[in-house]
Design a protein around this ligand. Structure first.
Ligand SMILES: Nc1nc2c(ncn2[C@@H]2O[C@H](COP(=O)(O)OP(=O)(O)OP(=O)(O)O)[C@@H](O)[C@H]2O)c(=O)[nH]1
Ligand SMILES: [Mg+2]
Length: 329
């Protein structure tokens, strides 16, 4: 049976969050991360209430290898955005979930000025897997932060794997951070990565040799030009420490957001479909849920009966699901 929504709790959170109370936003984010069935119901009600208040926000992702300088750069970028009158929320996303509390602390210390700013909110990545996976989690957090009045939602993601691509597809401006001469030269990076960004930075310009930095920028610009002839992707050097290239970064991000035709949030049917896909694919990976059990049963059938190949097992799974759903209705 579907648990009831705790209307008082949801209303309290919603009111607090809309009034800009940090604690309410923090609790709301924790609520949408929860996998307790009763919390899920409340989270859904809260998200539905928040969705209409998201329109003014814009989203940016900063992605790159571990240690590229994302957090340090975000401290600088965030402060500049705050200086322009924006309210900035930073969400750290870590799909590998390999990071320990130490790094979360690292994120906060690397964003020292931003974490002290009244107009900024920093949320480290959740420590455990969340409902529906990384992308679903990001979507939900973005909605809450936007409804709480943050108009620049910045997502820090590590690496450039499948989850980052999913996260990148959700934002309006993707900044890719690379390091010249650190295997991030064109030889070292997978070219597919270059499909993602709207802006490419070569960071740590203060310590990388000038000619190496210039060569990396030139090569990457050239490759971009060939691969994505229809768009002009700025590629330039930065230093999160000295501030080199930061003015340009603020300008390019602004330009990108202005040119972006993608809304901050897609329409409700798209959000619903996306959410269902994420939930189902996540449910399949959870061993003890109903999907996981069915998946295991299908695998056991294959083990016990050599004639039960993968396609037959998949068909069996689908039919079982169909029967269950029809039986329950
Ligand atoms: N010299 C120099 N060091 C930098 C620069 N940007 C960051 N760093 C240093 O690089 C290290 C890693 O920086 P972070 O900002 O934590 O990097 P990150 O990409 O957020 O790292 P993860 O979150 O662990 O993936 C720190 O010691 C920073 O001080 C830069 O532009 N120049
Ligand atoms: Mg970081």
């Amino acid at each position: 049976m579907m648990p009831r929504t705790d209307t008082t709790r949801v209303t309290e959170l919603f009111d607090g969050l809309r009034r800009g109370h940090r604690a309410s936003l923090g609790r709301a984010l924790t609520l949408v991360e929860s996998r307790h069935t009763s919390d899920m119901q409340n989270a859904a009600a809260l998200l539905d209430a928040c969705l209409p208040f998201c329109g003014a926000a814009r989203s940016i992702a900063v992605t790159g290898v571990p240690g590229a300088g994302k957090s340090t750069l975000l401290d600088e970028l965030g402060m500049r955005l705050v200086g322009q009158g924006h309210r900035v929320a930073v969400l750290a996303v870590d799909p590998s979930s390999l990071r320990t509390g130490g790094s979360v602390l690292g994120d906060k210390t690397r964003m020292e000025r931003l974490s002290r700013s009244e107009d900024a909110f920093i949320r480290p990545s959740p420590t455990s897997g969340t409902l529906g996976g990384v992308a679903a989690h990001t979507r939900r957090s973005m909605i809450l932060c936007a409804a709480a009045g943050y108009d620049r939602i910045v997502i820090e993601t590590v690496g450039v794997g499948q989850s980052e691509v999913a996260v990148a597809s959700m934002v309006q401006c993707v900044v890719l951070m690379l390091l010249a001469g650190a295997g991030d030269g064109l030889q070292g990076i997978k070219r597919g990565i270059l499909e993602i960004p709207d802006i490419v930075l070569f960071n740590k310009g203060d310590v990388v040799e000038e000619h190496a930095q210039e060569a990396a920028i030139r090569q990457t610009s050239g490759a971009m030009h060939v691969m994505r002839a229809d768009v002009s992707v700025p590629v330039f050097g930065t230093s999160a420490i000295t501030g080199q290239g930061m003015e340009r970064l603020v300008l390019e991000v602004d330009r990108c957001l202005q040119a972006c035709t993608k809304p901050f949030m897609p329409d409700a049917p798209t959000l619903f479909r996306e959410s269902m896909e994420q939930l189902i694919s996540h449910a399949l990976k959870q061993g003890n849920g109903p999907f996981g059990q069915l998946l295991r049963a299908a695998c056991e059938r294959m083990e016990q009966d050599a004639s039960e190949g993968p396609w037959r097992a998949a068909t069996w799974f689908y039919n079982e699901l169909d029967t269950k759903i029809s039986g329950d209705s």
